[in-house]
Design a protein around this ligand. Structure first.
Ligand code: SAM
Length: 367
């Protein structure tokens, strides 16, 4: 029996959950010390055994044996609904494959609670668990979602995140997804529950200035529908140009607005020939024209993961390159995505000293 437990407020335990735990021959818990406290607070005495990420496979045969013997086994996690970003899936899959009965006592879940409180569109939603902790992998995971959006995904996205990584995560979200509605839900169901609903850049700025505490769920609204009237092409194009190459931005906006591609391309070209307006915010503050051009190039490479990885890295660390390296850096930024991808994955030797240096620095940053 998969038993959901509270996400911070003991009063959220359901009578059915309490009964399932009290009647279990064995309670499988992610952390037996943590769950022991819950069970004793509920007045339940039960035999408890650990089942976590590292021992789940090893535990499966013995648990299936108990189920075959007719024993009642309850599975709980540290909080909320087991299996959702918590262990248990492999056990459930094995029990189903063995033809053994599996039941669930539904209950609290941080993602769904945050979703219904966020004011963001509730359907469809996509729960993604924790984002990768390392910056390069995180940006690449966000870039893959952004690419899925470009292909038509329009869902509210939900992540769990640790408080000490929230500011970096929100900054990366803002750099990949741009300006759109989002929310941060903190300490749900607890005394200091807080939901901050704002546009992504404002949320990123808030948590960059104020380190949060407690348990956190992050939500990002779906892409906002671009305007379709001809005179409204410009804001949509400016937004698309912040994240896409000229060609991709024109294609995206043409598809989204139904305007003729040639017309949209011409408008996009006119905008990029007007650098102060088209350059993303980061590069507006760069006074050196050469570095400003490089920043523009870095942030307009394209939408492939490699483009975002290399472009994002260069944009973040441009000041760390010497003036002598800038010309070569510019040449590297002109290279097609496939060349860069081949270097990054080691499929092709790196022909340039600076490119090796770039790769070394990126790997060091990624840890
Ligand atoms: N299975 C759980 C569920 O159903 O919600 C989620 C497990 S996941 C390992 C734990 C993460 O969920 C926390 O690190 C935090 O990001 C989020 N979380 C859990 N409780 C929360 C709460 N009360 N408020 C906000 N987020 C919460």
């Amino acid at each position: 029996m998969l038993v959901s437990t509270p996400i911070g407020n003991l009063a959220d335990i359901s009578p059915r959950a309490r009964a399932a735990l009290a009647g279990a021959d064995l309670v499988l818990a992610e952390d037996t010390a943590h769950s022991g406290r819950l069970l004793s607070a509920l007045g339940v005495r039960a035999r408890c055994l650990s089942l976590h990420e590292h021992n789940e496979n090893a535990r499966i045969p013995a648990v299936l044996e108990r189920l075959r013997d007719g024993q009642r086994v309850a599975l709980i996690s540290d909080a909320g609904t087991p299996l959702v970003s918590d262990p248990g899936f492999r056990l459930v899959r094995a029990a189903i494959a063995a033809g053994l009965p599996v039941g669930a006592v539904p209950g609290p879940n941080a993602a769904v609670t945050a979703l219904v409180l966020s004011g963001l569109p509730p359907l469809p939603f996509l729960v993604l668990g924790f984002p990768p902790p390392k910056p390069a992998a995180r940006i690449s995971a966000f870039a893959a979602l952004r690419a899925a959006e470009a292909a038509g995904l329009a869902a509210t996205l939900i992540w769990y995140e640790a408080p000490h990584r929230l500011a970096a995560m929100l900054a990366d979200l803002a750099s990949v997804f741009g300006d759109r509605p989002a929310a941060v839900a903190r300490e749900l169901t607890k005394r200091f529950e807080e939901i901050r609903r704002a546009r992504l850049p404002a949320l990123a700025a808030h948590y960059a200035a104020e380190a949060p505490r407690g348990e956190i769920t992050v939500l990002l609204g779906p892409p906002e529908a671009p305007p379709t009237a001809a005179e409204d092409l410009e804001p949509a194009l400016r937004a698309a140009l912040r994240e896409h190459s000229l060609r991709d931005a024109a294609a995206l906006v043409a598809a989204a607005t139904g305007r003729p591609r040639r017309e949209v391309y011409a408008r996009a070209l006119a905008l990029t020939n007007d650098p102060p307006a088209a350059i993303p915010r980061a590069s507006m503050t760069e006074s050196d024209p050469r570095r400003r051009r490089l920043l523009y190039r870095a942030t307009h490479r394209g939408t492939q993961e490699t483009d975002l990885l290399v472009g994002g890295f260069v944009a973040r660390h441009l000041s760390g390159f010497t003036p002598d390296q800038l010309d070569e850096l510019e040449t590297i930024l002109e290279l097609p995505d496939t060349d860069l991808a081949d270097w990054l994955t080691g499929r092709r030797p790196i022909p340039r000293d600076l490119a090796s240096e770039l790769l070394r620095r990126m790997r060091a940053e990624a840890g």
